[in-house]
Design a protein around this ligand. Sequence first.
Ligand code: G1P
Length: 306
Amino acid sequence: MTTTTSRIPVTKAVVPAAGLGTRFLPATKATPKEMLPVVDKPAIQYVVEEASAAGLSDILMVTGRNKRALEDHFDRAYELEELLVRKGDEDRLRRVRESVELANMHYVRQGDPKGLGHAVSVAEQHVAGQPFAVLLGDDLIDPRDPLLARMIEVQQELGGSVVALMEVDPSQIHLYGCAAVKANGFGEDVFQVTDLVEKPEPGEAPSNYAVIGRYVLDPLVFDVLRETPPGRGGEIQLTDALRELTTRDAEAGGQVHGVLFKGRRYDTGDRADYLRAIVRLAAEREDLGPEFRSWLREFVGSELQD
Ligand code: G1P
């Protein structure tokens, strides 16, 4: 029998975090966009928590210049911890240590920022021939709507690579990778992906299924990325490599499946959606929620009357 990589368990996650965050200038002039707080945790911590909750304890962050704050955030902060110990502030101490205990963190620099496909390709050596997850920091998936665990399950059953899909309004599809799909008889939420287009021009989208920032990839993607020419925006696009994978033999690690996500997702790379994420997550928090909700009710009732 031919061995495929589908039975090798998924234990590693790659988190591309080299982007400049120009949409949030000037906040991101000297601070990585991944460190912007969503309530009281940096956006990137939600992503690492999500990977950890899905059982991925080995995380490789692909960073670039001016991203040292990311490494510090997932490392011990001895002086601060000592101070909190001396004060007996157990609660804050726990919160400071939380990010360190989530996973084994590793870092590699992307060098030239040549696109998402290129960022993933620099993970090749670390991933070492196993299927692996990719989580994009701009997409925040509500922890109550687990997606990654389902994607890993599908990858383990079907092999190949798996993308997360979400139905969007057709007017928005040009902002995403777009997938053409057909049924494959593996549950209502799982499809065979037959084609992919990165940020299609209006009228050229094959569907309104958007690829959102979660992937479980067969290591065959690295061979394909090496051959992938620059695509949209002159960048090496992961979507283009995935499109090529749809044509490759399943026995060799080819084929792409889509898991349809119907839960809550926030695009923290977009200012309006970032604000929505903060308001929603703060309103639902046990500690901050009650007071914040009552203020919000009053604010909406008085300030926002037309
Ligand atoms: C990237 C991908 C795109 C995907 C999107 C999801 O685009 O290239 O295919 O739909 O993430 O958030 P970006 O938003 O980084 O331009």
